[in-house]
Design a binder for this molecule. Structure first.
Ligand SMILES: Nc1nc2c(ncn2[C@@H]2O[C@H](COP(=O)(O)OP(=O)(O)OP(=O)(O)O)[C@@H](O)[C@H]2O)c(=O)[nH]1
Ligand SMILES: [Mg+2]
Length: 460
């Protein structure tokens, strides 16, 4: 591990800029003494004698000069975020007071914390598992109300708890298998075969359920990437503007107006949407336009969902048809635009696109926009309730590890059914347990841990 963990670290925990309060945070055995060296409490006790979690009022002084009026609080080990001695100094906001205090503290044998180092210590000292540490970073960056909700649940240990339940079953099995190998006469696995099969089935089902949540978990955490694509002049940029309720992208009656992709975030009922308006797709000789079109195609490939916009007041053209043929119905919504110009509620060609779900609307008047929004929200969340209250897999790291665990549980199940012997069963179980250990951070490789904690901000 790249970080030393037996020293005391300090950082400013609040964001830079002018504000009411800034917080300098320290963690490690030397924290109370380091602050006491500068702190003149207005009461009797300094931090060394202070009860845990009690705010003390006083002044930070250095060489006879007053630096700031502050509140200082000590959180005694192990009742702190890192489980170490933690001290926070709440001083006035703005850059100077906090920086001066941090400077003075670091002069007294304390070093500056790296990004994520407090949370890393919390993880190392067993205060948080890896899923909870990831949730801390996600809460700081949550793009939407639902994203925050999902991450807060994860911090409370929803995913951790779900993984631990599966591990308990598998550990129990692994112990039985080990006993059977050591004491073959007692035939522990044979005697308890039904129970073993039941535990493996339960673990498999639970892992399958968890893996099913992975895409929605990620979408809630990061937001849903939505490409708005189609041939030129069908109203893609108008739709972006309508969804944003703001004139963000240029709209004109000239086909080929949008040259480059335009990305903006909108919030839809608590869900973050990353909307990507794209250049209209057609054959073109213009070099700039061709590059724009290549970007449009890439945006469609990378998006979770594509709104394939078609002009409902016109016949389908070869360009529309090509796009429809290439689109994946599972993640494409045919968005029939310019409803205000249509003679009938549906365009005459609607039967030709019945592989897809479709909505009709007018980006110009806003009619039908709510129907589109409702559809998108439902597509992303399906039945919102159970999803939001459940344990969710929220990132690729967790998803890959869960998939590995499932594979090994399935192999173990097969091994038991086919009576291939306890040794092979033991291998499968130990692989499954390792994969689950990776999710919670017990068996995770050091360089991976380094990378995860590097993504945190300073002071967290
Ligand atoms: N009547 C009507 N006109 C619309 C509607 N949506 C867009 N338009 C008009 O269609 C023209 C093209 O709109 P844009 O939003 O620029 O179309 P686009 O698909 O982004 O076009 P490119 O960027 O060239 O690919 C403009 O004149 C819009 O005002 C609609 O729902 N009804
Ligand atoms: Mg456009």
């Amino acid at each position: 591990m790249k970080w030393k963990t037996d020293d005391t670290i300090a950082a400013i925990a609040t964001p830079p800029g002018v504000g009411g309060v800034a917080i300098v945070r320290l963690s490690g055995a030397a924290a109370p003494a380091a602050v006491d060296g500068l702190f003149r409490p207005s009461g009797k006790a300094g931090l060394a004698d202070a009860p845990s979690h009690r705010m003390l009022h006083g002044w930070i002084e250095h060489e006879g000069r007053t630096v700031d009026e502050v509140l200082a609080v000590r959180m005694k080990a192990p009742h702190s975020y890192t489980r170490e001695e933690v001290v926070e100094v709440h001083c006035h906001g703005g850059a100077l007071a906090a920086h001066t205090i941090l400077d003075l503290i670091c002069g007294s044998g304390v070093r500056l914390a790296e990004a994520g180092e407090f949370t890393f210590r919390a993880f190392l000292n067993g205060r948080l598992d890896l899923t909870q540490a990831e949730a801390v970073a996600d809460i700081v960056r949550a793009p939407s109300r639902l994203g925050l909700h999902v991450s807060a649940n994860q911090l409370r240990g929803r995913l951790h708890g779900a993984i631990e339940e599966i591990r308990d079953d598998l550990r129990h099995l692994a112990a039985l298998v080990a006993a059977s190998i050591d004491f073959p006469d007692e035939e522990a696995v044979t005697v308890q075969r039904e129970d073993c099969l039941a535990r493996l089935s339960r673990s498999r089902e639970r892992l399958e359920e968890l893996l099913e949540t992975a895409d929605r978990g990620r979408i809630l955490r990061e937001g849903l990437a939505v490409a708005i694509a189609g041939k030129p002049n069908v109203g893609k940029s108008s739709l972006l503007n309508a969804l944003l309720r703001e004139n963000r992208a240029i709209v004109t009656e000239i086909p080929g107006t949008t040259r480059d992709t335009v990305e903006e975030v909108a919030e839809l009922g608590g869900l973050a949407l990353r909307l990507i308006d794209t250049a209209g797709i057609r054959e073109s000789r213009d070099r700039v336009e061709r590059e724009g079109i290549a970007r449009s195609r890439r945006a469609m490939e990378l998006a979770d969902l594509t709104l394939l916009v078609v002009d409902g007041s016109q016949a389908l053209e070869a360009e529309d048809r090509r796009l429809l043929e290439a689109a994946d119905p599972a993640r494409t919504l045919v968005t029939v635009n310019k409803r205000d110009l249509m003679a009938a509620p549906l365009p005459p060609w609607i039967g030709e696109v019945d592989r897809f779900e479709a909505v009709t609307l007018s980006a110009l008047t806003g009619a039908g926009l709510d129907g589109l929004e409702e559809w998108v929200r439902h597509w992303a969340l399906r039945d919102e309730r159970p999803v939001l209250e459940d344990a969710l897999i929220t990132n690729l790291r967790q998803k890959h590890a869960a998939a590995r665990a499932l594979e090994s549980v399935e192999a173990a199940h097969k091994a038991l059914l086919e009576n291939v012997g306890e040794e092979l069963l033991a291998v499968d179980l130990s692989r499954a347990l390792d994969a689950l250990g990776d999710i919670v951070g017990e068996t995770t490789a050091e360089d991976l841990l380094d990378r995860i904690f590097e993504e945190f901000c300073i002071g967290k």
